[in-house]
Design a protein. Sequence first.
Length: 203
Amino acid sequence: MNSTPALLNRILLTVLGLILLGAGILLVLLAALPPVASWWHAWSGGVWGGITRLFDSTRFPGRPESWLWIVVALALVALMGLMVAWIAQQGKGRSNLLAAEYDPGDTPGDVRIGAGVAEQALKQALEGRPDLAGATVTTYDVKGSPALKVRLLPRQGVAPHLLAAEVSGLLHALESAVGKEVPVLIHIGAGARTRFSRAERVR
């Protein structure tokens, strides 16, 4: 429901994971196999020599400094800018407003209900249920209108359709209290908490 670039995040995590995996495998091979260590010394020495010659050939006339350092600095600044822009895109789409209506009564004005009202009310209603390992409620702005996302982690053996029906009843009660229908996405998932936790039993 939010505008977080999930596909880009997965691609970046995959690339970073492959790089770290490759570095780890290389370190293990360097420590365990002498031929790999010999190859690495020869290869890295050649690469370092090529880099040194490149910087030597790009010096400013009459000066020992290379203009490639300026290019490297600009590339790092651009990379930092891209990282800041990427971080700013995470979690976008959240909304702090659940409902807003104009009241033309004795004292005309806007009536606004914060998203925290619905989130806290639903969290308290779902808190402590023995059939749930966890529940989160978040408000998003979808095409200019607020919408709720209710994420549930049922314990093993709990029927998802019955749980969804009970949560729908809570949502209908919330809409009656607010006086406005709010689009809702009920996400019923599973995870380690649901697999390894047990529901409380009363004997």
